[in-house]
Design a protein. Structure first.
Lengths: 511, 298
């Protein structure tokens, strides 16, 4: 038996690395892992402070072993919500947190993925939005700034697992792309589309606006200064709930407040208050009118109570609505308004529920395609060894491409999968060229020379195909980048690794 | 006797290869005329689906009576598209896909009223594209297609450094694409972003065999011209047939499931069929003409 050549060793090593990249993660071999994966955790929650992080694996709750998602949700549903505080010990490999609460912990989890492959939006579910400014052509810098502002607002809003990035297209238009994996927040669209222009006015004069210039700090998540105050039913049967929270103005804004109120009269009908109220506008519509206590006249006061309300057909609904409105207003007061009215140009919200069916169909399609290729090869050449070699090389090329995709964190969406299929088609074509060159008997050139000739053709085809893929990188906001990436990766690895190895195999078969 | 037939066949090929060019020329002329008429009627060479015109696509998970829903939708929105997604093996309906040119709110509101329940991410998917954005996307995809073609042309010219053969390869690919687009239009297919991707893939697939042929004819020294063509044909047709088999097999699998992949595979199948004509008639004939002429000169 001749020793294996360098090219075959290289192929074997790359193949093994690809398997490692697909099946082994920092947590070990995912296939054998038990537990549930933390996908989201609130930054300033007690669990976070005690060391729990996104990406860790929960192995037990209060000492009960958690094997999978069902175990986890069964245990949580059994314990929460409860009348009294429940002690909950969450254990991961890295940390252990002890929580006391009436409600389920604010942690989102999922089952541990079996591989490191990341499926894209159209298979795994989630949301993707492409955003532009209404009536304005954004420059590259403006898009970058805007994407920072959006990110800031979204972070304050407490949404997790979101990727935001500016991008430009071939004609130089600039946009912002937002991607959310898994569950989609219900109010994503309204949050983006509301510019969040907050103004507090007395008469026509602006006292302060949202954002850090005027608003020094906002009380949040603290029931002593931010809460739902009262709920009432009105004559028509609807419920209203009122919220109130405290904000602290900057020196400048407080002085402005003093100057404006200094000239004001006391209200004649209601002498406790000043003649004009403080009107709160959100995106140019009046949301709340606050009466100003007469004692505040001309005072440099930094502390102001902001109130508002929410309504609903039931008390619970009104409460939730008030809470959401408060949250929204707090976020806007902290982060300020977007410099433009934003416009959602594309919004895809994909249910994760059909994905598994879809993945199954694609796997079957791939398998059927490979088998039919092997069949055609067998019918043509009547050689079981060669047909098997073509089949094996095809399969290993898929695995190597997937391995690199996992390593580079490429999301495998439908277009990326189509790209892998395109690359496979080329693998097979190239191998046929090589098989035919190898078996040519009409020349006296060596097998080595013949394989070299085959490579001339293969490299030529490779270069044209890669050239054809390059424009896709910059087109359409990278919506088709997945396709171009997987095709180019597949083809390049093919030409560098699998094709030379296949050439070696052919030489050995000939010898 | 056999020998006779062989020489007779060869003579026939050698005599008539120029006439054979009539087949692709007629196909090309027909395609161009058809596309011209099509363009004058639609102001574009494609019919586009909502991924390129803007609108909303909703996937409602679960079983639903399509015809009933379609009637109601047509009353409300005019032009709509509706189709089923079914399980690959059991054929059971898994979901319904509705496409309208309306906004996502309007479509959602109407569907919720019709269905009598709220649509959320558990039971449905929404894809909305604004029309100005998709118009731009379409323009760019066409641009990408042209750029891809241009880059491919440059690479081919660098590869062969020989004007007529390089131009022939590029021309054969171009004819593939034009004929494929004509068939897409004849079949009334509304092209999606996936369809444009398919045309890009087609550039790659069709250029493969042309490069094989040109390389064998120009860069090999052993054997006669006809032998070289025959050798290239044997390899090339196997390549095209395996691709075609694989693509058609995949097409049958994904047909009930994904409209995008179905369209991609359908377009590639059509293109591969034309590739057989354009490589083994168009490209072969012109190349043969070119080589013969050159040999006569020397």
């Amino acid at each position: 038996m001749k020793k294996l050549g360098f090219k075959i060793w290289l192929f074997i090593i790359v193949f093994l690395l690809a398997m490692v990249s697909i099946f082994v993660s920092s947590n070990g071999i995912a296939f054998f892992q038990k537990g549930v994966l933390i996908t989201g955790i609130e930054q300033n929650s007690s669990a976070f402070e005690q060391g729990l992080r996104q990406g860790q694996i929960i192995t037990s709750l209060n000492g009960n072993i958690i094997n999978n998602l069902t175990d986890f949700s069964n245990y949580i549903q059994e314990k929460f919500p409860s009348e009294e505080e429940v002690k909950l010990v969450i254990t991961t490999k890295e940390a252990s947190a002890v929580l006391y609460s009436n409600n389920a912990p604010d942690i989102t989890v999922s089952s541990i993925p079996k591989t490191s492959l990341k499926t894209g939006l159209d298979l795994a579910g989630g949301a993707r939005a492409i955003i532009g400014a209404e009536g304005v052509e954004l420059t590259g810098q403006e898009a970058t700034d805007l994407s920072d502002i959006i990110e800031n607002r979204i972070n304050y809003y407490g949404l997790k697992d979101i990727k935001i990035s500016p991008f430009s297209d071939l004609s130089g238009n600039n946009y912002i792309r937002i991607e959310i994996a898994g569950a989609t927040p219900k109010d994503l669209e309204s949050m983006i589309e509301s510019q969040g222009k907050f103004e507090a006015k007395i008469g026509n004069e602006t006292v302060f606006i949202g954002g850090e210039r005027d608003v020094a700090s906002v009380c949040r998540n603290d029931a002593t200064c931010a809460r739902i105050e009262s709920c009432q039913q009105d004559s028509s049967g609807s419920y209203y709930c009122k919220f109130i929270f405290t904000i602290y103005l900057s020196e400048d804004a407080a002085r402005r407040h003093a100057n404006i109120t200094g000239d004001m009269e006391v209200n004649s009908t209601n002498p406790e208050y000043l003649s004009k109220p403080l009107d709160l506008y959100l995106d140019d519509s009046l949301v709340e009118t606050l009466l100003i206590n007469k004692d505040l006249k001309g005072q440099v006061t930094t502390q102001i109570a902001i109130s508002g309300s929410g309504s609903g057909t039931t008390e619970e609904e009104a409460y939730d609505s008030a809470e959401a409105n408060m949250h929204n207003l707090q976020t806007i007061l902290i982060t300020g308004s977007f410099p433009y009215q934003l416009k959602v140009l594309k919004l895809d919200v994909i249910s994760p529920n059909l994905g598994s069916n879809f993945t199954k169909a694609i796997l079957i399609a791939g398998l059927v395609a490979l088998i039919s290729v092997a069949l055609v090869v067998f019918i043509k050449y009547r050689k079981i060894k060669q047909s098997l070699a073509v089949l094996c090389m095809g399969l290993s090329e898929i695995i190597i491409t997937l391995g690199v995709a996992a390593f580079l964190n490429i999301n495998l969406d439908l277009s990326a999968i189509a790209g892998i299929l395109a690359a496979i088609g080329t693998v097979v074509n190239d191998q046929i060229v090589m098989l035919d060159e190898a078996k040519r008997r009409d020349t006296d050139s060596s097998i080595k020379a013949r394989i070299k000739k085959a490579f001339e053709i293969i490299v030529g085809a490779y270069l044209t195909l890669v050239a054809a893929m390059i424009p896709l990188y910059i087109v359409g906001g990278g919506l088709l980048k997945g396709f171009a990436s997987t095709t180019i990766i597949g083809l390049t690895l093919g030409i560098l690794i699998t094709r030379p190895a296949f050439g070696e195999v052919l030489k050995r078969m000939e010898d | 006797m056999e020998q006779n037939q062989e020489t007779h066949k060869k003579n026939w090929q050698d005599k008539h290869y120029k006439n054979l060019l009539l087949i692709p020329i007629v196909l090309l002329l027909f395609s161009l005329v058809y596309l011209g008429i099509f363009y004058s009627q639609h102001n574009d060479i494609f019919l586009k689906d909502i991924s390129l015109t803007g609108g909303t696509s909703v996937t409602i998970n679960g079983k639903l009576d399509i015809t009933l829903l379609e009637n109601e939708l047509v009353k409300e929105f005019g032009e709509v598209n509706i189709r089923k997604v079914s399980d690959l093996i059991t054929g059971e309906q898994l979901a319904t896909i509705v496409e309208t040119t309306a906004s996502s709110e309007d479509t959602k509101a109407f569907l919720e009223e019709y269905l009598g329940y709220e649509l959320n991410e558990e039971n449905s998917s929404f894809e909305f594209s604004e029309s100005s954005f998709t118009r731009d996307l379409y323009r760019q995809l066409i641009l990408a297609l042209l750029l891809a073609f241009l880059l491919m042309t440059i690479v081919v010219f660098i590869l062969f450094r020989n004007f007529v053969p390089s131009l022939t390869v590029v021309f054969a690919v171009l004819m593939d694409i034009i004929m494929t687009i004509a068939v897409i239009d004849i079949l009334g297919i509304k092209i999606s972003t996936g369809g444009i991707i398919a045309l890009l893939m087609l550039i790659g697939y069709s250029v493969d065999t042309d490069i094989l042929l040109t390389n064998r004819i120009l860069k090999r020294h052993e054997g006669t011209l006809n032998e070289k063509i025959k050798g290239a044909f044997k390899t090339g047709i196997t390549m095209t047939l395996t691709s075609l088999f694989a693509v058609v097999a995949s097409l049958l699998v994904v047909k009930s499931f994904s409209a995008i992949l179905t369209q991609i595979f359908l377009i590639i199948s059509i293109g591969l069929l034309f590739d057989i004509v354009n490589t083994w008639i168009t490209n072969v004939s012109i190349l043969k003409w070119y080589v013969n002429k050159k040999e006569n000169h020397t």
